[in-house]
Ligand binder design. Sequence first.
Ligand code: ATP
Ligand code: MG
Length: 261
Amino acid sequence: MMALLTVTKLSKQFGGLDAVADVDMHVDAGELVALIGPNGAGKTTLFNLLTGVTPATSGKVTLTTASGKVALLGKRPSDIAKLGLARTFQNIRLFSKLSVRDNLQAAMTHRYHENFFAEILRLPAYYKKEALVGGWTDALLREFDLTAVADLDAGNLPYGTQRRVEIARAAATAPRIIFLDEPAAGMNPEETAGLRALIEKLRTDFQLTVVLIEHDMSLVMNLAERIYVLDHGKMIAEGTPAQIQKDPAVIAAYLGGGVHA
Ligand SMILES: Nc1ncnc2c1ncn2[C@@H]1O[C@H](COP(=O)(O)OP(=O)(O)OP(=O)(O)O)[C@@H](O)[C@H]1O
Ligand SMILES: [Mg+2]
């Protein structure tokens, strides 16, 4: 396994608060890693640091690319996106007045990079950009079961569908890694089951590396190969689902509940 993303002693202070404190973490190519922890543990802040949304106080984040290692801290979110890091937000951020199709296309135009289509379709087709944007969008709509709602305003869709559009939009940029911040939040059991299949599809069909923040422990324990646990900004545990479920520090952080699948 090759470490695709390496995080070293990453910290973020808000005033006197250590939101993320000396965090070490790595994500290997093709892995599905979960990041869990109680409310306020620093999970979203960590995603914000990795994707450039929030500047770090100190530390190092390195992405391994075909042309070598790239330091991510200090780069703009748009440049980090171009390097292949895509995300969804805990609070859905779609263009609510745009159709589902236009939401997907907007993501592609914003984050378009020269090798994008060659990478994803393995076609020397840079000059066919417009035509290909249409084709890729149709494929995404199909894969994410959104064809029937393609022309509806995103803001009018049921919550679970909006979450699916957000994930499709992140996948639309052909990222290397996709960060999902509580994708199951507010979903009913049926939608959560659909989400699980969709996350599996991200890995198998789209060959993405996935980092998942989630409070739904059944989803985490069933999907993740490896789990990191944050508590009060510190990484208190790392291991397989079985290891994490019986880790005393993790059980203490959750006050004895919550970590069982
Ligand atoms: N912009 C900010 N300014 C000041 N404090 C912040 C800011 N963003 C987050 N925090 C604080 O940092 C800590 C970590 O917050 P964060 O949102 O990362 O937690 P989380 O693990 O994602 O929690 P949840 O599970 O509730 O989403 C919290 O104490 C939060 O209040
Ligand atoms: Mg959060």
